[in-house]
Ligand binder design. Structure first.
Ligand SMILES: O=C(O)CCC(=O)C(=O)O
Length: 297
């Protein structure tokens, strides 16, 4: 086992000497430390506008129209993503910039661009209560039983409408991938996968315990978690709200814990998210391989 969780996750593929490199050294360091990389303007504003038009066309069938905010509350967006995400307008998320950044993180030719580029996340504004930090929904979409190296995937978030602070953008716990890695490294060999073990491990720390405590309606709660870092055994964690302009993309480490958030803004939150995996991770018989081995094959 390596000495620190940081070290555990630092080994990204070495960029090819002659190929295109999208991420700077600083981006790579930020990804290793905080688990997040920003790609501003990763696809076109015009492409984002086409995505919005596609979503509004579908929403119109549910009774919600863009120019009538009073019509938004009644629209049930369940199933919206499945209904439209195969539309080719969303393939714009797989832009040259995004693919090159994923190449930098997973390695060239180590992953297959997906057929569909995402789940569409729409949250209408609600002003019935003040914006609050959720307690219960923090999770990662990837199991902690995956081998951390080589990096087994990345989770991509994209904005196709402007998302302002408190406008429903996904909340992420920066640095949490390292906490998950440290947890995974602390387990005995062949530990059976039990989802609750990670939650139990996190709650040993006051900060994580307070975060997941329901009914904490202290108005200072968001500031406690979002305005400063907390150090848990030497790893800095902090909650960041993903905000951005149409065409911006955020790539996160697959173990970064995240949650939905309330939209107390004035426009629906419109984002896309896609979980990408290293090639060969899934078995043809179902489930994923716990380890791909040093060669990743
Ligand atoms: O609605 C959100 O922003 C959260 C999305 C999420 O939890 C996920 O994609 O796993």
């Amino acid at each position: 086992m390596r000495e620190t969780a940081t070290e555990y996750l630092l080994r990204l593929p070495v960029p090819p000497a002659d190929g295109e490199v999208m991420l700077s050294e600083q981006d790579r360091a930020e990804f290793a430390e905080r688990g997040i990389v920003w790609l501003r303007g990763a696809f076109g504003a015009d492409e984002a506008a086409r995505m919005r038009r596609r979503v509004w066309a579908r929403l119109a069938r549910l009774g919600a129209t863009e120019d009538d905010p009073a019509s938004w509350a009644a629209a049930d967006v369940t199933g919206l993503s499945k209904a439209v995400n195969r539309d080719r307008v969303f393939a714009a998320l797989g832009s040259r910039v995004v693919r090159a950044a994923v190449d930098d993180l997973l390695g060239q030719d180590a992953w297959d661009p997906p057929r569909e580029w995402g789940t569409i996340l729409v949250t209408f504004p609600s002003h019935t209560q003040p914006w609050a930090l959720p307690a219960r929904s923090w999770h990662s979409d990837y199991g902690w039983d995956l081998d951390p190296e080589p990096l087994f995937g990345v989770k991509v978030f994209a904005f196709f409408a402007e998302v302002r602070p408190r406008g429903g953008g996904t909340l992420v716990i920066t640095g949490s991938h390292r906490v998950v890695a440290r947890f995974a490294a602390s387990l005995p060999p062949r530990q059976p996968y039990e989802g609750h073990l990670l939650g139990r491990y996190l709650r040993r720390d006051d900060w994580f315990r307070a975060l997941s405590c329901p009914g904490d309606d202290d108005p200072g709660r968001p500031a406690r978690f979002m305005d400063r870092e907390h150090h848990t055994d030497g790893i800095a964690v902090q909650i960041w709200e993903l905000t951005g302009q149409p065409g911006d993309v955020v790539v996160t480490h697959p173990w970064v814990l995240h949650s939905w958030s309330h939209n107390t803004g004035n426009y629906p939150r419109m984002m896309l998210t896609k979980n990408l995996y290293r090639r060969g991770l899934f078995r043809p018989t179902g489930g994923y391989r716990r380890s791909l081995g040093p060669a990743g094959g």
